[in-house]
Design a protein around this ligand. Sequence first.
Ligand code: PLP
Length: 452
Amino acid sequence: MNADIPYKIYLDEKELPKAWYNLRADMINKPAPLLNPETRQPSTVEELSQVFCKELAAQELDETNPYIEIPEPIRNFYKMYRPAPLIRAYFLEKALNTPAHIYYKFEGNNTSGSHKLNSAIAQAYYAKQEGLKGVSTETGAGQWGTALSMASAFFGINCRVFMVKCSYEQKPHRREVMNTYGAYVTPSPSMDTEIGRKILEEHPGTSGSLGCAISEAVEFALNNPGYKYALGSVLNQVLLHQSIIGLETMTALDKYNIKPDVIIGCAGGGSNLGGLISPFVGRKLKGELDCRFVAVEPASCPSLTRGKYVYDYCDTGRVCPLQKMYTLGSGFIPSSSHSGGLRYHGMSSLLSQLYDDKIMEAISVTQSEVFGAAVTFARTEGTLPAPESSHAIYAAMQEAIRCREEGKHENIVFGLTGTGYFDMLAYGKFNAGQMNDYVPTDAEIEASLQQL
Ligand SMILES: *Cc1c(COP(=O)(O)O)cnc(C)c1O
């Protein structure tokens, strides 16, 4: 082991960021504005406040303040599990026999098992500040629902979770963790909302989708006074909260004067990747850093690599604002995959703009490739990674192999967003050689895009 750089670069509690970084303030081409689905005019804070907490609605539309102070109670909560370590993957490097240095930012050090807690605690805090009774939300793989349950319990508010049906069935323990934190969880589509009943009628036996669960959660918030809706990804406010990942990573790398050559993250709705790369993209835009940024998405739900950059609905029920993004169409229901957290039809508008401007690249990978990388990582670095995170591992390994072939030293940084303890059914399938790699055909994607 090289003594110059420790296996883990820890930050001191005092180095925990005091403000989130809002990349939009420094972007030349800003993401296109959210549109009101009825008037087709840019959404206002007042309109967004019907669904979201007022302070969060303001953050959603803020394109001018590069730094937004993190309120003290949120910082105090962060101290329970942050700063998160940046780890040098010495053992993986050795296994790959690469001259590259690989670093990963580990966000799985909390009970929710992922980075989602970074935004959940902020959203629960603002709900409490506004005097609300509770929040409603959707969850795909279950990490976001768990995170929001934890955050709601901490601030003493209710949490109503619509959990995508296939996850609800695949992950009963996840569901029970949420119940333990006091949340009320139902499978989606459910009979509890109008949109849920409609989708069940049209697609009986559907395994559900994030887009559908979002619609149910929004409808619930609109029909129940004292509730607002919370979303775990995609939105600007979520990328803003997740910037804590990138800010800490930057501080850690700066300590050892390490310049990243490529930064990689998995992309579902784009929040962990957006949060990880934001401060570095800011530097790049100012000409202070030369670095590639790579989004890795599942081949089963390839919004960046095979979608279209257009205005689309964020949800199947078409009640949320329209957002310009790379999308497969809000009616797209991806095949049941083991990376539930990446099964979203669209992509953050900020990342979509960076991709369109060629500041960020994107690739898509199949489930088998991803689990192969996950197993190698677990056996070399010890941590059992979440399937979602393993998309980034796969891409980081490919970059490291490229460096070996080119005989080049590069610094590769990736986000290890979470742990995979609740994904053993999926690991079991892979270990038994029974994993299938469903990739949608062009005709299927075209049919969904036709409905835009
Ligand atoms: C939700 C989730 C993701 C994907 O969500 P993003 O908003 O794209 O970051 C990735 N990894 C884990 C572990 C997750 O829980």
